[in-house]
Design a protein around this ligand. Structure first.
Ligand code: NAP
Length: 280
């Protein structure tokens, strides 16, 4: 599955929407990125996100805070952005080195939570009908995986889906999204017994473990669809591509599979947030 191609298509569509918003209202959608400290990977990630915004004609606002920032200081900065009508989406780069990261996430108004990290967004991912009116967005990597599954017309209704990993940013939200699409979802984690046997049931396998080459081809049901969310040192995924690829019907490579979808969804959700805030 070519995530780079699908992401490019998504971004091209966003560019058109940005132009329409500008033509209709004179407003340019703006994503604020908040970075606390100077963790090198986080510096790179936030820069990539800002550049992608600018490339399609959006604005980005860089907020960089010193490592010494405490929870109250971070919350105050985020509240300022929340009240700023020129900012449509807020991304707090995590992990943020404060005592209470959750308090900082919750300071993001749900209508600007384009990274899908607030309780309000989590509710929406698990209860889409009930929570839709309250706003919120999908977590970007899981939402990107869903977009990729749809781009390749992978049937989800009644499908056996096995998600390996239960983190707040990946496994758990993804499981909610798959459930909302009527898949039969199994969530696996480090305490799961006989993981290969569970994976063997799956029509759709999602690996979000953070261990290089963890899932192997002999774990898979022939014809399974394999989504590898893993990104380990040296551009290595969580699935062993050489052994999985001959067994799978579809598989995402690393790099070029799930990765590019994450930023594309972040951008798309910021454009959508802007449209909703402007009432268009
Ligand atoms: P995480 O918070 O470390 O969670 C890993 C999950 O894997 C945990 O739920 C853990 O179980 C489970 N696990 C660990 N060892 C296991 C084992 N032996 N058997 C079964 N399950 C096991 O990681 P994450 O943040 O979700 O990230 C997962 C991967 O996705 C990483 O490679 C990361 O780099 C990548 N990622 C990619 C993107 C992207 O944009 N493409 C974005 C985010 C993350 P317990 O809960 O029991 O500990």
């Amino acid at each position: 599955m070519d995530g780079s191609r699908v992401a490019k298509e998504l971004l091209a569509a966003c560019q058109g929407r940005v132009k329409r918003i500008q033509d209709q209202t004179g407003v340019t959608p703006c994503l604020a990125t908040v970075l606390v400290g100077e963790d090198p990977a986080s510096v790179v990630y936030t820069r990539m996100k800002r550049r992608r915004c600018e490339k399609i004609g959006m604005k980005s606002l860089k907020v960089e805070l010193p490592e010494s920032t405490d929870t109250a200081g971070l919350v105050a900065e985020i509240e300022k952005l929340g009240a700023d009508p020129d900012v449509h989406g807020i991304l707090l780069q995590h992990p943020a080195p404060v005592d209470d990261e959750r308090a900082a996430f919750e300071a993001i108004p749900v209508e600007k939570d384009v990274d899908g990290v607030t309780w309000g967004s989590f509710a929406r991912m698990y209860f889409p009908e009930e929570a839709a009116a309250r706003g919120g967005f999908g977590s970007c990597t899981p939402a990107g995986i869903m977009r990729l599954l749809d781009a390749y017309d992978v049937p989800l209704e009644g499908a056996e889906a096995v998600v390996i990993g239960r983190s707040a940013i990946l496994g758990r939200p993804l499981a909610g999204m798959l459930l909302a699409r009527n898949a039969t979802v199994t969530i696996c984690h480090s305490r799961t017994r006989d993981l290969p046997e569970v994976v063997r049931r799956a029509d759709v396998v999602v690996a979000a473990v953070g261990r290089p080459n963890f899932v192997r081809g002999d774990w898979l049901k022939p014809g399974a669809v394999v989504m590898d969310a893993g990104y380990n040192e040296g551009n290595i995924g969580d699935c062993e591509f050489e052994s999985c690829e001959p067994v799978a019907r579809l598989i995402t490579p690393v790099p070029g599979g799930v990765g590019p979808m994450t930023i594309a969804v972040l951008i798309e959700q910021t454009v959508e947030a802007c449209e909703l805030q402007l009432g268009i």
